[in-house]
Design a protein around this ligand. Structure first.
Ligand code: SD4
Length: 330
């Protein structure tokens, strides 16, 4: 019998003597972090998860980055940057729906394997907030820059300003102003945030999340996506999680951090995402509210869960991508 097993048996015996439930103690002592996969066929091309259908193109770019020697951080930043440039995506970067004043304002963050993080919020006129977030992480002692300060920082780092309000978005905004109702529709206007998680061939984890947030939001509103622990959290020893949906619900429960902490305590990514969704459902009415979580652990397990049906994600393992429907709880 190994020393560990002997220890566990002794622990159970002591628990009985103390009148405690030994299975609970044993559960608590048995937790071990999932093993990091060694380089081998399954992970030779990395493991990537990205929210929604556009996760497919993000993962394809991430895969290209890794094949060309990039790491997990390169994969998530350049993978999500592809979606930022797509004018047909109505909640990310170019073509993102504006706030109620007709201005496109962007939120993004990144987290790398060393626990480093960077983000921007309420950023205007910059097509690639995720790349600016990476610059914040790599070149400043700060985590989050906002508004004109974030814009000035981007310009100082060579980003060129661009009008992100497409003709299509302007027309949609003009039409919205006729009634000016503020009621995000589940899985419709607010369904395009891209959150991406990657594990590279060295087994290291990184994540990125980028969005224009809720369509027709109040000017100055910032959602969960640039907030470390809410829209994204990565702990290279444990796992990573990203969120999509109504940011306010994610922020009130610090969802991505919660999921990673639950994985740390021994849950699978799937069970952790389910618990984070259930937490929201216990705290607030969810009939008009969608949130989806997507997570991975260091052993290459994936999990996802949403409040309502309709959330899907792209998963790429060793270069093969599939689109997966996430289970829901409502
Ligand atoms: C936000 N969470 O700003 C973002 C929106 C989103 O899929 O994720 N849409 O609240």
């Amino acid at each position: 019998m190994t020393r560990r097993r002997t220890f566990l048996r002794q622990l159970g015996a002591s628990a009985l003597l103390l009148g405690l439930d030994p299975t609970r103690l044993l559960q608590a002592r048995s937790i071990e972090h999932p093993a990091r996969p060694m380089s081998g066929e399954r992970f030779s091309g990395g493991h990537m998860l990205s929210t929604w259908n556009h996760g497919i193109v993000s993962n394809e770019e991430g895969w290209r980055q890794m094949r060309n020697g990039g790491n997990a951080l390169d994969a998530v930043v350049e993978g999500t940057a592809v979606v930022e440039s797509d004018p047909t995506g109505t909640s990310v970067g170019l073509g993102g729906r504006p706030d109620r004043e007709g201005k496109v304002t962007l939120d993004a963050c990144v987290m790398g394997p060393d626990g480093d993080a960077g983000g921007v919020c309420f950023l205007e006129d910059i097509e690639h907030p995720v790349r600016v977030a990476r610059k914040v992480m790599e070149t400043t002692p700060h985590v989050l820059l906002a508004g004109t300060g974030a814009r000035d920082f981007a310009l100082a780092h060579g980003f060129t300003p661009r009008n992100l309000l497409t003709e299509d978005s302007r027309r949609a905004w003009e039409a919205w102003k006729q009634s000016a109702e503020y009621k995000p529709i589940i899985n419709v206007e607010n369904h395009d945030t891209i959150g991406m998680l990657a594990q590279d061939h060295d087994g290291r984890l990184a994540g990125a999340c980028t969005t224009s947030g809720l369509a027709y939001k109040l000017r100055g509103r910032v959602g969960d996506s640039p907030i470390i622990g809410a829209g994204l959290f990565v702990d290279d020893e444990v796992g990573a999680c990203t969120a999509t949906g109504l940011g306010e619900a994610v922020m009130k429960t610090l969802g991505s951090f919660l999921v990673v902490e639950l994985i740390r305590q021994g849950r699978t990514p799937q069970a952790a995402c389910e618990e984070a969704v259930d937490r929201i459902m216990r705290k607030m009415p969810v009939a008009d509210l969608q949130v989806g979580y997507l997570a991975m652990d260091t052993a290459g397990n994936a999990g996802a869960c949403a409040i309502h049906p309709g959330f899907n994600y792209a998963r790429t393992v060793a270069g093969t991508t599939e689109l997966v429907d996430a289970p829901s709880r409502a």
